[in-house]
Ligand binder design. Structure first.
Ligand code: SF4
Ligand code: SF4
Length: 422
């Protein structure tokens, strides 16, 4: 089995084995063994909940280093719209893009504009193809991975569109190569990201399509340097040429931005990992048949609530509200498409998103049924306290790990204390 890569690692020197991360992980993807947390790569959805809760800062994001970025001849910053929300409403998107240039990028591309372009086509697609079941947003990679793993029957409902960051990265490379005659492999498109999931999706895309992005740097990693660069950027406000998006594209930085841009009535926007899991369960139960488009974002409040952001998400949301007022609704999309030279086929996925469910207890169905019975028997012997002291998040998961050969019943502290394993 192909083991996916992820955008976090555990620093064993810092980890105390406190199991906070094990309890917080919605995918049951962490075990503490020998007092050190281990992430199970085949289960992790890159939501970043473990990173948020670790009291020792032992969960470390694995983002692109300055050295990695410097290897590219032509460096392009592709900021999430959430970056615009981090500095308050007096810092305009054009200032943010200008400041990114001061940090050493050759080009800073307004990704919010790509969101508008792609979603104009998404709207037509929904209107033409809706057949009684909602389409699910393809934008948040942690949601895509969650669906692949925990709701495999819903993968066919994820809109077959490339996320705007991928569309933008591909278009930028074609444009720079055409204009400046720089080979694509010497162009580095670096996403300035609010979360771990975007980097993980770049390393390990949900389809077999290769990512057009070359790296991702957390907003929190550039924030300090941006504050310094912004002082100069504001005093130089000479050109607005880099910022093209309206309030609609900037609104993609927070929950509800996609559905606001679509302007379709039968839509629903949900954010936060537990609420996303709940709504996907309702979708499986057939409760959302009246909905045409379901926007889900794993972070609370959307990308402005990402684990690598700096600003309080409620303050960030206020800043976006100001920008939505200031920059207004999207201009005519057909004009934008012509001006940008964009072809709609670049928006569509060429390969389907497939389920990636956890393997069954045994490849042979009859053995798998036997192992399920064994798991139930083991579970009944466990105390049912779900204390996580064994290093698994709950007793049923420990029973599952035992059947799979990854743990033993004596890992339960109560069984050990009683001296009973039979
Ligand atoms: S939260 Fe997890 S990674 Fe952090 S110290 Fe506790 S066990 Fe280790
Ligand atoms: S990123 Fe999310 S799914 Fe992955 S180990 Fe951390 S909490 Fe679990």
């Amino acid at each position: 089995m192909r083991i996916p890569d992820h955008a976090l690692r555990v620093d064993p020197a810092r980890c105390t084995g406190c199991v906070e991360c094990t309890r917080a992980c919605p995918a049951k993807a962490i075990r503490v063994r020998d007092n050190v947390a281990q992430v199970l790569p085949e289960r992790c959805i890159d939501c970043g909940e473990c990173y948020r809760v670790c009291p020792q800062r032992a969960i470390v994001p694995v983002t692109t280093t300055h050295t990695d970025v410097s290897t590219f001849k032509y460096k392009v910053a592709l900021p999430s719209p959430a970056l615009y929300s981090q500095f308050g409403p007096s810092t305009l998107p054009e200032d943010v893009l200008q400041a990114l240039l001061s940090l050493g990028f050759d080009l800073a591309y307004d990704k919010a504009y790509a969101c508008e372009l792609v979603f104009a086509d998404v709207k037509s697609y929904i209107e033409e193809n809706y057949a009684g079941e909602p389409f699910i947003s393809p934008v948040c990679p942690a949601v895509t991975r969650l669906i692949q793993l925990m709701f495999p029957a819903l993968t066919g409902q994820i809109l077959p569109f490339r996320p705007p960051r991928e569309v933008a990265a591909k278009a930028i490379k074609a444009d720079v190569t055409g204009r400046l005659n720089i080979p694509e492999d010497e162009i580095g498109v670096i996403h300035i990201t609010p979360c771990l999931a975007k980097l993980a999706a770049m390393i390990n895309p949900p389809t077999a399509e290769r990512s057009s992005l070359d790296g991702a740097v957390g907003i929190s990693e550039v924030y300090g340097s941006m504050l310094v660069a912004l002082k100069q950027a504001k005093s130089d406000r000479k050109a607005r040429s880099m910022h093209h998006s309206s309030g609609a594209g900037i609104g993609f930085g927070r929950a509800g931005g996609e559905v606001a841009d679509l302007g379709i009535e039968e839509t629903l926007a949900v954010s936060g990992v537990m609420d996303t899991i709940k709504i996907l369960k309702d979708l499986e139960r057939g409760k959302l048949r009246h909905i045409k488009y379901l926007e889900c974002q794993i972070c609370p409040g959307g990308c402005i609530g990402g684990p690598l952001t700096v600003q309080n998400r409620f303050i960030a949301s206020n800043t976006i509200t100001e920008f939505v007022k200031l920059f207004g609704a999207r201009p005519d999309i057909e004009d934008m498409m012509k001006a940008g030279g964009h072809e709609r086929e670049h928006f569509r996925l060429s390969k389907a998103i497939l389920p990636a469910a956890i393997p069954p207890l045994d490849a042979d169905t009859s053995f798998a049924i036997g192992k399920m019975r064994l798991r139930e028997d083991i579970f009944r012997k466990l105390p049912g306290k779900n204390c996580a002291a064994c290093g698994a998040p709950d007793c049923m998961t420990l029973a599952d790990d035992i059947v799979r050969g990854h743990a033993k019943i004596e890992d339960c502290v109560f069984i050990r204390a009683d001296g009973r394993s039979e």
